[in-house]
Design a binder for this molecule. Structure first.
Ligand SMILES: Cc1ncc(COP(=O)(O)O)c(C=O)c1O
Length: 485
């Protein structure tokens, strides 16, 4: 028998019942919701990432406290509705808080369903895996579930490496690639900034993206090359596509040399470019692929690696090898899995892939009109569906001499690039949010939710038209005013 009274379940143990340490001064959920902007900023700088705060301030993001988010909009502390063309880098296919996805989650909670899927089989993870296999072409049938795009891509390169049969397997990746920041995939993420001084995985080669000759030369130069990893559309590189001939060539080259092709669809997949997977447009099927971002319906952290059955079985298909890369603690967790199931059903029921193609074409058309109107500002409009890149000319040499020292003072990243200025002013003056690009500071990324309509595109493009109408000097001057005002 216990020699102490038992506190009622879920009650906070008051002093006489307490055997553990006293409760520290913890903020409650209500405290968190009620934090004011200044306290949020202080806490972020003290406990999260002071350097990142610098960029948020530069762009004016630090003035926004999001109180609600619905559909295409964030709503801030003053009731201002901010049109979201950033879309969490492609994580918000359904917009914010899609009611059908919220309802499925609430029902799941009300039914006291279980989450962790380690001891017992999970009906939720199994059903999600079946859905992903159904959607994926060919025999892309075996599914590993994790909590992020990086984790899905780690799983992808590991399954491919093992299945390649090479003892000292080498991996080819592309220039300007982004596959995540965990250590394995960081090694094939082409950024000197992110790779820093870390000791990386060494078995890798880098080739230009979209250049079949270069890839062929590379693959044929070393028989230990067993894996080729490529984003189907490069996101961090500034929305860069490759031709159908290239992708068919990649498939044929890999088949010829028994090399496995891993297609990273974390950003470009999930209907964003008008087909579920971006590679489907080219009539080819990779050996392994990965999804994340919108897979979680904008509400759950979930990623998936999907491998051809033969590839998976070769890597982990026996009881002896099965646990080498089995699910981690949160892999296939209940609520994330049912969120992903409901989201996939919603994607098709609402024909969001079709919408992405149609509204995306309209967005690209309108942006091309702006390019024709402002040829000295817009260099190129790129992309497909609702994954669009808007590249500005580098103005570092055309900006009037008088303004150059002021711009130089602001920040290294902004010197020759209009994207930061345009992004900051689109938010400040037009309540529109856009995304920036890791490796190409002249590119704005537009990845609005797939529920986006032509009216949203008009609102956005009219605002951009108005802003660009101020001219480069006007934009830069207005931006500088925000920094000193
Ligand atoms: C193409 C691609 N792969 C992998 C990742 C990593 O995903 P996560 O940030 O969920 O780890 C990203 C993230 O932006 C991505 O764009």
């Amino acid at each position: 028998m216990l020699d102490r009274p038992i506190a009622p379940p879920h009650a906070v143990a008051e002093a006489p019942f307490r055997h553990g340490p006293p409760k520290p001064a913890l903020l409650t959920v209500e405290d968190a919701k009620a934090l004011d902007l200044r306290t949020m900023a202080d806490l972020f700088k003290e406990h999260v990432n002071p350097g990142q705060f610098h960029f948020m301030k530069l762009l004016g993001f630090h003035k926004v406290k999001v109180e609600r988010a619905e559909g295409m909009y964030y709503v801030d502390q003053n009731g201002r509705r901010i049109l979201d063309f950033f879309g969490g880098f492609g994580s918000l296919a359904f917009g914010h808080n899609h009611p059908r996805i919220l309802k499925a989650r609430k029902t799941f909670q009300d039914e006291n369903r279980h989450e962790i899927a380690i001891a017992f089989l999970s009906q939720y993870a199994a059903a999600l895996a079946k859905n992903l296999a159904t959607i994926s072409p060919g025999d892309l049938d075996m599914v590993f579930l994790g909590s992020s795009g990086s984790e899905a891509m780690e799983a992808a390169i590991k399954v491919a490496e093992r299945a390649s049969g090479r003892k000292n397997c080498k991996i080819v990746h592309a220039e300007n690639s982004f596959h995540g920041k965990t250590k394995g995939v960081l090694s094939i993420t082409d950024s000197t900034l992110y790779q820093g001084e870390f000791k990386l995985v060494e078995n890798r080669y880098k080739v230009p993206f979209g250049d079949l000759e270069a890839l062929t030369r590379c693959v044929e130069s070393d028989p230990e090359i067993g894996v080729v990893v490529l984003e189907t559309v490069q996101g961090g590189g500034g929305i860069v596509e490759a031709s159908t001939d290239y992708w068919r060539g990649v498939r044929a080259l890999c088949d010829k040399h028994k090399v496995l092709w891993v297609a990273d669809e974390v950003q470009c997949g999930y209907g964003r470019t008008g087909t579920f997977y971006a590679f489907e447009r080219h009539g080819v099927v990779p050996d392994v692929t990965a999804l994340a971002k919108s897979l979680g319906g904008g509400k759950a952290a979930i990623g998936a690696m999907i491998a051809r059955r033969e590839v998976y079985m070769k890597a982990y298909g026996t009881p002896k090898t099965a646990m080498i890369h089995a699910h981690a603690t949160f892999g296939g967790i209940g609520e994330a899995s049912i969120t992903a199931i409901e989201a996939l059903n919603t994607l098709y029921d609402e024909d969001l892939i079709g919408n992405s193609e149609i509204v995306g074409s309209y967005l690209i058309e309108r942006l091309n009109d702006l390019k024709a109107k402002y040829p000295q500002i817009i260099k190129e409009v790129r992309g497909r569906g609702l994954m669009v890149g808007l590249e500005f000319h580098d103005f570092s040499r055309t900006l009037p001499l008088a303004l150059r020292p002021m711009v130089a003072l602001l920040d290294d990243k902004l010197k020759g690039s209009l994207s930061g200025f345009v992004g900051a002013l689109m938010l400040r003056d037009y309540d529109c949010l856009v995304a920036f690009t890791e490796y190409n500071r002249n590119v704005i990324r537009l990845e609005p939710p797939l529920i986006c309509t032509e009216e949203h595109v008009d609102t956005f493009c009219d605002a951009l038209d108005d802003l660009l109408g101020r001219g480069i000097v006007g934009i830069v001057k207005d931006f500088i005013k925000t920094q000193i005002g």
